[in-house]
Design a protein around this ligand. Structure first.
Ligand code: SAM
Length: 343
């Protein structure tokens, strides 16, 4: 199999995705006569062989889907040997390094090979990824995995300390360099020698002090366009929002609303106001209440039937950002090599 191409049917030796739900997936290498245990019971490998990818298979207590492996799904399901780079950063790195089929790339360190798989698919079929790790077992495990995943022709793994010994054994200048190391600035000079003029470099660092050191080193070596980004996914939520447009009467409002509206006793009140004005007022209140869904209840009138005919629902479709998203993985510092003497 190859992570660069899709297959129609499962064969022995394939690495497949056992999909339970969007938050629970496993990677599984198919072997004869083996059994895989899932939350929904046992799954015999032999029952998977020959099935079309996408098939729904019964386990003893439920079912799963079998999907073809991609670099994105590998990042979610791979066995961790180190911290890894995740999909959000990976997509940005591939674009900013301007990778395309045929590109020649250096990566250090290899780690768990999460990013390497995505680079390999992007530069296939003629590109090369030279990836380095000074941890021998990790380098060996990664080499074995890349070969197993059909990427052995594209990825060359070398066991080397790139800070001490540099990037050697590469017989051509490279289009891009990616550094995910504790001290990336120690490898930048060697990366610069390996890069072609106009080539791109990226340093991934979790803290800003490391970014400062890398940026200084890049500037000292005449790199241009030194820019640092942080990719944080912030999901927006959408909701139908129904608010009462009612005549203001303090005796009809639940006591709990008073703490919300003490600075704005007019909220939701004046029937002479336009929908726009009422929405603005309610929106301000909503912001103060951090869009707590309970607000709707707090704002609602009591259920006294006498008042029912005075009130109207005003419906809005609102979106808001969830402010409690924890997303920091690291900072991505990009730059372009520019050698004046070569122009
Ligand atoms: N980017 C990888 C991924 O997505 O799976 C994870 C890289 S991991 C965080 C960092 C790796 O760099 C480790 O495997 C470590 O052994 C390697 N490393 C650290 N310093 C190194 C050096 N001077 N030369 C080569 N590799 C090094």
């Amino acid at each position: 199999m190859s992570f660069c191409k899709y297959k129609s049917h499962v064969e022995v030796g394939d690495t497949v995705v056992v999909y339970v739900n969007p938050r629970l997936m496993y990677s599984l290498k198919i072997k004869e006569k083996e059994v895989f245990q899932t939350r929904f019971g046992a799954l015999r490998h032999d029952d998977i062989v020959g099935k079309p990818y996408g098939s729904k298979l019964a386990c003893t207590k439920g079912y799963v889907h079998i999907m073809d492996m991609t670099p994105e799904l590998w990042t979610i399901t791979l066995p961790h040997r180190t911290q890894i780079i995740y999909g959000t950063d990976i997509s940005f790195i591939l674009i900013q390094l301007q990778l395309k089929p045929g590109s020649i790339v250096i990566e250090a360190g290899t780690g768990s090979g999460s990013l390497s798989h995505s680079i390999a698919r992007t530069i296939a079929p003629n590109g090369r990824l030279f990836t380095f790790d000074f941890h021998k077992e990790r380098a060996d495990a990664a080499r074995e995995e890349f070969t197993d995943h059909g990427l052995g022709q594209i990825i060359v793994v070398q066991h080397r300390d790139v800070c001490a010994d540099g990037f050697i054994n590469i017989d051509q200048s490279v289009d891009a360099v990616f550094l995910d190391l504790p001290h990336p600035w120690e490898a930048i000079e060697s990366a610069s020698s390996a890069l072609k003029n106009g080539g791109r470099i990226c340093c991934f660092s979790p803290c800003i002090e490391q970014v400062q050191k890398s940026s200084e080193s890049l500037r000292n070596l005449n790199f241009m366009d030194v820019e640092t980004y942080e990719c944080v996914l912030r999901p927006y939520e959408f909701r139908d929002w129904s608010l009462k447009k009612f005549k203001y009467d303090p005796s009809r409002v639940n006591s709990s609303v008073s703490h919300v509206d003490q600075n704005n006793p007019d909220v939701g009140g004046d029937t002479n106001k336009s929908d726009e004005e009422i929405y603005q007022e309610n929106d301000d209140t909503n912001k103060r209440c951090k869009l707590d869904p309970k607000l709707k209840t707090e704002h609602s009138l009591d259920n006294n039937d006498d008042h029912k005919n005075d009130d109207q629902d005003v419906n809005y479709f609102i979106s808001y950002m969830n402010n409690e998203v924890a997303g920091h993985t690291g900072f991505l510092t990009f730059a372009t090599k520019f050698d004046f003497t070569a122009v």
